[in-house]
Design a protein around this ligand. Sequence first.
Ligand code: 5AD
Ligand code: SF4
Length: 483
Amino acid sequence: MKTKYLYINTIGCQMNVYDSDKIANSLLSLNYKATENLKKADLIIVNTCAIREKAEQKVFSFLGRLAGLKRKKPGLIIGVGGCVAQQEGKKILERVPYLDVVFGTHAIPRLPEIVERVELKKSRIVDIGMTDQIVEIESVADSLENGPKGRKVSDFVTIMQGCDNFCTYCVVPYVRGRETSRSPEKIVNEIEGLVNSGVREVTLLGQNVNSYGKKEGLCSFSELLALVNEIDGILRIRFTTSHPKDLSDDLIYAFKENEKLCRHIHLPVQSGSDRVLKRMNRKYTRALYLEKIDKLRNICPDISITSDFITGFPGETKADFKETLDLIKTVEYEGLFAFKYSDRPNAKATLFAQKIPDQEKKERLKKLLDLQEVISRKKNQALVGSTQEILVEGFSKKMSSVLPRAGETKINESLPNNIQWTGRTSANKIVNFNLESSSVSCGETFTGSIVNVEIEKAFSHSLWGKYLKLEPAPLKGEESYAA
Ligand code: 5AD
Ligand code: SF4
C-alpha cells in the first residue's frame, strides 16, 4: 500500500495533544505516516479547541490558509476534529466549502472508517455522535516522521473524559459530553506501553481528576495514583486538572505517600470573589479554597501551586477584581494562566447581563499578570543556590537548531563545547543548563534521566543552572531504567 502523509495541527489543551496522538495512531492502519510538512500532506487534520473565542478564531484562520493548497492538490483531504467540530457540526462544512470531514470529540475511534469512505467515494462526512462509553484505541505509538521531539520523555494519558460541573462560562460539558472514566487496568496498561517506548513521566489528564471513577464505582483517584506509582520505569507522575471543590484529603495525602508524584498541583480558582464564584457555579468559597491551600502546604511544604483566572466575568465589579488580586497576593502562586472572559455557545453566562467592556477586561488581565510576574520572579529567585533534581527532556530550544535531535542521533565531535539542555523540576519549573559535550557522549543516555542541577539564575518563566555530577539517589523504578 502506498504511504500517505498526515499533517495534524493541534490547537488547545493537553487533552487535544493526547487526542492527536490517538488520531495519528488510528490512521496508521490506512498507511498514513505523520509529517511536519504541510505541503507534503495527503490528509490535513485540525484538532480544534472551543474553550475561548480566541482559540476558535485560530481554527478558522488556519482553515483559511488551506484553500490554496486544496486548489493545487485536489486529492488532498481536510478534516476538522475536536471541540469546535463537536460544537458546530455541519455548519463548518457550509462555512468552509473545501472541507471534507468534520468529526467530533467522540468520533476518533471511527476516524479510519470515515477517512476511507472519503478516499473511496469523495463524499463529505460529518460525525458528531456522542456516547457515554470510552472506546479504546490500541496503544499510542510515536508515529511522527521526523517529529521535533525525538523520543518522548514525558507523555499524557487520559484517565477520564467529559465534565458534569457546568461552570457557567464553560463550553466543555457541551463539547466533551458527560464525565466518563477509563478503567485502571486500561490506564496502567497504556502507561506500561509508554514506559517501553522510553517515556519516564506521565501526566494523567481529566477535566476533574478528583471525581475519577466515582460514577462507575472504579477505584478512587488517589488509589489510581498509588497503582501508577508502582509501575517500574516511570520516574514521575503529574496530573491535571483538579477542581477545588473536590480536592479530597486523600489526594492531599497522596503527595506524601507517592514518591513519584511531583510536588505540583494546578488548582484553578478563576476568581477571588465569592459573589463571582457563585455566579460562575464553582461551588466553593474563597475561604474553603484557602483552607485547602493551607492543608496542601501543611502536608507538603514544598508543593508548587498554580491556577487559572478569568478577568471580566459578567458582573465582575472593581471590588470583585480587587479581591482576586488580593487572593493572588495571599496564595503567592508559582505561576498562573489568566484569560479575558469570552461568551461561549450554550454556556449560561453568555446570557448574563452586565457584560464587561473588552478594554476593561484587558486592563484587568494586564494588572493581574503584572502582579503575578513579580511573585513568579520572587519565587524563582528564592531557588538560586539550591540543588534541584531535573528530569532531562533533551536539548534546549536554543540548541535544537544547531544540534541533531536528542534521542535520535549520536553527538559527534563537530558539536559546540557547551551543550544546553533542558528539563523540569518536580515543581514543574523549566531549568536550562550547560554541559560540556565531552561529559556526555550520547544524547540518548542523558535524555530521560534525573540529574542534579545547581540553580544559578532566575527568570520569571525559567531557571538557569549548573549540572552537578553527583547523581541523586535512584527513585523507586529508576533502577530498571535502561536508556
Ligand atoms: N472565557 C475565558 N476563559 C475561559 N476558560 C474557560 N472558559 C472560559 C471562557 N468562556 C478558562 C478557565 C479554565 C481554562 C482552561 O480556560 O480559566 O480554567
Ligand atoms: Fe469547564 Fe467547570 Fe468542567 Fe472545568 S470543571 S471543564 S471549568 S465545566
